[in-house]
Design a binder for this molecule. Structure first.
Ligand code: PGA
Length: 257
């Protein structure tokens, strides 16, 4: 990470885990240890935990994220949650286009783009996830797939709104598999994402946009990954459900500052 330009972000993605009681226990366990963190700490919790989490983290610097949203403000979309509803609870960020949403819920670059627009309109920050499958990596089309996810995902998003956008590079083959991309592999793609942003916008915007790595990040591999020039933090699944591991990763990010 380039600390002169970008503050590190360590974001926990809880996915579909934890009841309200379990959520409260986990936050109460790790929050006191990260109160003075210099990195930005974010927790992306299930919709049902947003309010509980917000109540506990209100006096801290910890930021709250949702894991998805609908692009419409309201309407006949049974089972969906809109950005104004997230904002009403005090949600700071929303993860958009996570590979599990693309894979299991048929999200496309087009729907991702609509959701991003909806979030930015309400000034809820976006964590846009991009990443290639193992098959795509083996076919040597990683660059094409990811630049398309970035370009189409950010279609018609104005330069000034990019200050509310974070990109997370998550190779699909590394998510929840215990297989991490090597630091070189991760850096290579994150650098390419930054170059893509420079092409769409300009150098200054590219340098200011935080780019995270996600995919089996843990206290053992975090230091090497976070030391890379174009990796500004992590989107952490499994390890964010363990107070000790999540705290340790935050401390590693802080140590590199
Ligand atoms: P993982 O998940 O850390 O469990 O691999 C990361 C993610 O999907 O955001």
């Amino acid at each position: 990470m380039d600390i002169n330009l970008r503050k590190p972000i360590i974001a926990g993605n809880w996915k579909m885990n934890l009841t309200r009681r379990e959520a409260a226990t986990l936050i109460t366990e790790f929050a006191p240890n990260v109160l003075s963190a210099k990195s930005e700490v974010v927790i992306a919790v299930p919709f049902t935990n947003l309010e509980t989490a917000k109540d506990i983290i209100r006096p801290t610097n910890i930021m709250l994220a949702a894991q998805n949203c609908h692009h419409a403000k309201n309407g006949a979309f049974t089972g969906e949650i809109s950005v104004p509803m997230l904002k009403d609870i005090g949600t700071d960020y929303v993860i958009i286009g996570h590979s599990e949403r693309r894979q299991y819920f048929a999200e496309t670059n087009k729907t991702v783009n609509l959701k991003i627009k909806s979030a930015l309109e309400e000034r809820v920050k976006v964590i846009l996830c991009v990443g290639e499958t193992l098959e795509q990596r083996e076919q040597d089309v990683t660059k094409e797939i990811i630049s398309l996810q970035v370009i189409d995902g950010l279609k018609d998003i104005k330069t000034k709104n990019m200050e509310d956008v974070v990109i997370a590079y998550e190779p699909v083959w590394a998510i929840g598999t215990g297989k991490t991309a090597t630091a070189e592999q991760a850096e290579k793609v994150c650098k390419m994402i930054r170059e893509t942003i420079a092409t769409i916008y300009n150098e200054k915007t590219a340098e200011a946009t935080p780019i995270l790595y996600g995919g089996s990040m843990n206290p053992k591999n975090a230091e090497e990954l976070l030391s890379q020039k174009d990796i500004d933090g992590g989107l952490i699944g499994g390890a964010s459900l363990k107070a000790k591991d999540f705290t340790e990763i935050i401390k590693i990010a802080d140590k590199l500052l």
